[in-house]
Design a protein around this ligand. Structure first.
Ligand SMILES: Cc1cc2nc3c(=O)[nH]c(=O)nc-3n(C[C@H](O)[C@H](O)[C@H](O)COP(=O)(O)O)c2cc1C
Length: 168
């Protein structure tokens, strides 16, 4: 078993790919990390620390993510950060962006962490006109807005924090 865990909930694989990248980066930097599906995770306390992620659905963390976090309440080790996949995040109206930021930051704080990140997302098809209008999205918005560089920047912050942690 690894020392650290990246636990994700994912409907279509985006959050899972982000979780894989985060774990890959940590392992490359000698932090033993494994990726787990949050829905089948039962013993998070076995890890030294955990990062959690899920997709944004309806401007908030997906209900299934929250349901499994609740199921595991009280069992989490120190949570190093919470991240989310959101297709509208880099292109949407400020009002929606603010709502997503507020909700993801609350999800992190609920687990005792002040570190959160939102890294874009993917949709199978281009956004329909009514959704673009509601969310204020440009017509030519790509169907994949994942920002892998931002993910690495974010994880570098966590890595720096781990390196400062006194050895146990
Ligand atoms: C039912 C549903 C609701 C969604 N609602 C939002 C939303 O409110 N805001 C947003 O930015 N993206 C929304 N999305 C897009 C997802 O955030 C995006 O597709 C993400 O990449 C999905 O991650 P996953 O593959 O890990 O499930 C929604 C997607 C679905 C399927």
């Amino acid at each position: 078993m690894a020392d650290y865990c990246v636990a994700y909930y994912s409907k279509t694989g985006t959050t899972q790919d982000m979780a894989d990248r985060i774990a890959e980066y940590l392992n490359e930097h000698d932090v033993s990390t494994e990726v787990k599906d949050l829905t089948t995770l039962n013993d998070p306390a076995a890890y030294r620390g955990m990062i959690l992620g899920g997709p944004i659905n309806g401007m908030n963390m997906a209900a299934e993510y929250s349901r499994h976090v609740e199921r595991l309440a009280g069992k989490f080790p120190p949570v190093l950060g919470v991240f989310a996949a959101s297709i509208t995040y880099y292109h949407g109206r400020k009002m929606w962006v603010n709502a997503i930021e507020k909700n993801v930051s609350a999800a992190a704080h609920a687990l005792g962490s002040s570190r959160w990140g939102i890294f874009g997302g993917r949709s199978e098809n281009p956004m329909p006109a009514f959704a673009r209008w509601i969310f204020g999205l440009p017509k030519d918005m790509p169907t994949d807005t994942v920002n892998w560089l931002e993910i690495v920047n974010w994880i570098q912050g966590i890595l720096a924090e781990l390196r400062e942690e006194p050895a146990r």
